[in-house]
Design a protein around this ligand. Structure first.
Ligand code: ZN
Length: 468
C-alpha cells in the first residue's frame, strides 16, 4: 500500500514540474476533463501529494527509489509517452526535492501557486506585496515632440529562435509528443511531414537560422546593433542537458559573430536557456544546483559586449547587466526572476539577487547624467500568465518613475508581434507616448512558401508608423 502511494505521489510531482505544454495538457487538462475531477478534488489531491512527498523526503527515502517509482507510475498511467516519462522525471527531480525541502510554504500554498484559482484563494507568494525603494524627485513629464532631424538609430530586435538541432525533414510534423519533426518520430505522410525549411508545429532547423543570418549579413547596413531577447534552444524540455544547452548557446552566438562580426549583440536570458527549463536559481544557490555552468559560459562568450567589469560581473552572477553604448544605457534584466515557473522563487521571491533595486540605481544614475535607457528582457512585466504580480508591480512603479529616462522596452517570449500599454497609477491621466521608439518594422518568412519553392524569402510585413 505504501509503495503504491509513493508511486502516485511522484507521478504528480513530475507533472507539477514539467513545462507548460506538458503541464497544462496533463495536470490541468487530463485530470479535469477525463477523470471529471473538480477543482476542489484536484486541489485536495495536489495537497495530499505534496505533503506525502515532503514526508517521504524527511524519511530519507532514496532519490533513486523515488525516481524509479515515479517513472514506473508515469508509464503505467498512460498520461505521457513512456520515453518521455523516463526522461522528464530525472530532469526535474533534484530541483523539486531541493525546493520542497527549503521552502517555507505549506503544501496548500505550493498547490495554490501551481493550480492558480483551483485551490481557492490560498496564499500565493507570487502575488505578495514587496517594495523596492524608489527615490522621489520625478522630473516633470516632458511633452513629447518627435525629433525634427533624421538622427535615428536602427536596431535589430530578434527573439525566441528556438533552434532544434534534431529537426529532421520528412518526419511527422503533427504528433502526440510535445514537439514534432524530430527523432524518434516516424516518417510522415505527404500531408504531415516536416518541410526542409521548417513547420509551424515545430521548432526551427539550422538551415533556416543560417538563411536568416545570410539575409541579415546582406542587409546589415540597415541596422546598427542587435537586441537578442533570449530562448535560443528548442522545446524538447524532457531531453535536454546542461552541456547540450551550452552547445546551443555557443553555436547561436558563433553564428552572430560569423555573419555579423561588427554588430554588437546585447542579449537577455530566456526561460529556455537553462536545464531544466525555467530553472534560474538566484546566486545564493551554490554547489551542484548553482546556475554558474550557464552564466560562466555565456559571460565568456559575450565578453566582447559586456565591456565593463561591472557588466561582466553582474551577468556572471545573476544574468543581468548594464552597459553604455552609443550614448544609450542598455539595461538587460534577468526576467526569469519574475517567472512563475521558476520554482526556485518559492524559497524566496522577494527581489531575487536585489536586481530591481540595482535597476533603480542604474536608472537614477542615468537620470542624473541625462542619459536615455533601453530596457531588455525576455518575459515582459505584466504578462500575467508568466510574470509574477509582485515583480510586475515593482517594475511598473520603477518604469513610471523613470519615464523621462526610459526610451524603449524590448521583450520576447510570447511568440507574437505584440505591444503593451502601461497604465499610469494616477487616474484620468491622458495617454502619452513612452520613450522615443519612432517606428517598428516587422519582417517575416513564409515557411509554406519556402518549402514549396525551396527559396526562403524574408519580406517586410509592415511598418508600425505606416499601419497605425
Ligand atoms: Zn520564453
Amino acid at each position: 500500500m505504501e509503495k503504491k502511494g509513493c508511486s502516485f505521489v511522484f507521478l504528480c510531482l513530475a507533472l507539477l514540474y514539467v513545462t507548460r505544454p506538458v503541464l497544462l495538457a496533463s495536470l490541468k487538462g487530463i485530470d479535469l476533463s477525463k477523470s471529471g475531477l473538480g477543482s476542489s478534488i484536484l486541489c485536495d489531491t495536489c495537497i495530499g501529494l505534496v505533503t506525502t512527498v515532503r514526508k517521504l523526503a524527511k524519511l530519507h527515502v532514496s532519490q533513486e527509489l523515488i525516481e524509479k517509482a515515479a517513472i514506473e507510475y508515469c508509464e503505467k498511467s498512460g498520461r505521457a509517452d513512456e520515453r518521455i516519462c523516463k526522461l522528464i522525471i530525472p530532469e526535474f527531480k533534484d530541483e523539486v526535492l531541493y525546493v520542497f525541502d527549503h521552502t517555507a510554504l505549506s503544501s496548500r500554498e505550493i498547490c495554490g501557486t501551481v493550480l492558480d484559482d483551483k485551490c481557492g484563494s490560498t496564499y500565493d507568494p507570487f502575488n505578495q506585496q514587496w517594495n523596492v525603494t524608489i527615490p522621489g524627485g520625478k522630473p516633470p513629464i516632458k511633452p513629447y515632440h518627435p525629433p525634427k532631424v533624421n538622427i535615428t538609430n536602427r536596431i535589430l530586435h530578434i527573439s525566441d529562435i528556438h533552434w532544434d538541432p534534431q529537426y529532421t525533414p520528412g518526419l511527422q510534423a503533427r504528433c502526440d509528443e510535445p514537439l514534432c519533426c524530430r527523432p524518434p518520430l516516424p516518417k510522415g505522410d505527404p500531408n504531415n511531414s516536416a518541410g526542409a525549411w521548417g513547420d509551424a508545429h515545430c521548432d526551427i532547423p539550422l538551415q533556416t537560422v543560417v538563411n536568416l543570418m545570410e539575409h541579415l549579413n546582406a542587409t546589415q547596413d540597415q541596422f546598427e546593433w542587435i537586441y537578442m531577447t533570449g530562448d535560443l534552444p528548442a522545446h524538447n524540455d524532457w531531453s535536454q542537458t546542461r552541456s547540450g544547452q551550452v552547445d546551443i548557446f555557443n553555436k547561436m552566438i558563433d553564428l552572430f559573430n560569423e555573419y555579423l562580426p561588427n554588430k554588437p549583440v546585447f542579449y537577455s536570458f530566456g526561460n529556455h536557456e537553462s536545464d531544466p527549463v525555467n530553472s534560474f536559481p538566484p546566486n545564493y544557490i551554490t554547489g551542484s544546483n548553482s546556475i554558474s555552468w550557464l552564466y560562466d559560459d555565456a559571460a565568456d562568450k559575450l565578453k566582447k559586449w559586456l565591456n565593463t567589469t561591472d557588466a561582466y560581473n553582474t551577468f556572471k552572477s545573476g544574468g543581468y547587466y548594464s552597459v553604455d553604448y552609443n550614448g544609450i544605457r542598455i539595461i538587460s534584466l534577468q526576467t526569469n526572476y519574475c517567472n512563475k515557473q521558476n520554482w526556485w522563487l518559492l524559497i524566496n521571491g522577494t527581489d531575487p539577487d536585489g536586481m530591481l533595486q540595482w535597476f533603480v540605481e542604474k536608472l537614477l544614475d542615468a537620470e542624473k547624467k541625462g542619459m536615455k535607457v533601453h530596457v531588455l528582457g525576455h518575459i515582459s512585466p505584466g504578462d500575467g500568465a508568466d510574470c509574477s504580480n509582485a515583480w510586475s508591480a515593482n517594475y511598473k512603479k520603477i518604469a513610471l518613475r523613470f519615464e523621462n529616462t526610459i526610451a524603449g522596452q524590448f521583450f520576447g517570449h510570447c511568440h507574437e508581434d505584440r505591444f503593451h500599454f502601461m497604465v499610469d497609477f494616477e487616474p484620468n491621466t491622458p495617454p502619452r507616448p513612452y520613450g522615443q521608439v519612432l517606428d517598428h518594422d516587422t519582417y517575416i518568412l513564409n515557411i509554406t512558401d519556402a518549402n514549396l519553392t525551396n527559396k526562403p524569402k524574408w519580406i517586410h510585413e509592415y511598418s508600425a508608423k505606416f499601419l497605425f
